[in-house]
Unconditional design. Structure first.
Length: 139
């Protein structure tokens, strides 16, 4: 069995964003040479997420609106976490809802997606460099 590991680094200039990283993960799969196996993609930061869904602007805005209703950024004093001097208590909760990682089957050297599926990096406390781990195992 072969194993491949790569870190994808992102610096998002805004506090929140959804970035389609499917092509980056597909490039990792090509580099790995693995034809059959599993591909794990996970955010390596506790205020970011990796998830699978449709690459449609309206849906992304719906996520933004929904997450802000669930865990509004302000007032920052509402979160005990922010008593540590941080202002990102909401980002931790948003990450928990959106998830840490995805696993995609690899079949015939390709990510085995359903219709419209894409991989996204969700940033909830940006403006600094963060990484995503891609780990592929198989033959």
């Amino acid at each position: 069995m072969k194993s491949y590991r790569k870190e994808l680094w992102h610096t998002i200039p805004t506090r929140r964003a959804f970035i389609n990283i499917t092509s980056q993960v597909e490039e990792c799969l090509r580099e790995s040479g693995i034809r059959e196996g599993l591909c794990l993609v996970n955010a390596m930061h506790i205020t970011a997420s990796v998830f699978i869904n449709d690459d449609e602007h309206g849906l992304h805005q719906d996520y933004e609106d929904w997450l802000e209703q669930l865990a509004p950024h302000e007032p920052i004093g509402r979160y005990r976490h922010n008593l540590t001097g941080e202002d990102n208590g909401d980002a931790h909760l948003k990450r928990q809802v959106m998830g840490r990682e995805v696993v995609v089957a690899v079949t015939g050297g390709r990510l085995d997606f359903g219709p419209w599926e894409q991989i996204f990096y969700g940033e909830f406390d940006g403006r600094r460099r963060k990484r995503v781990l891609v780990k592929i195992i198989g033959e």
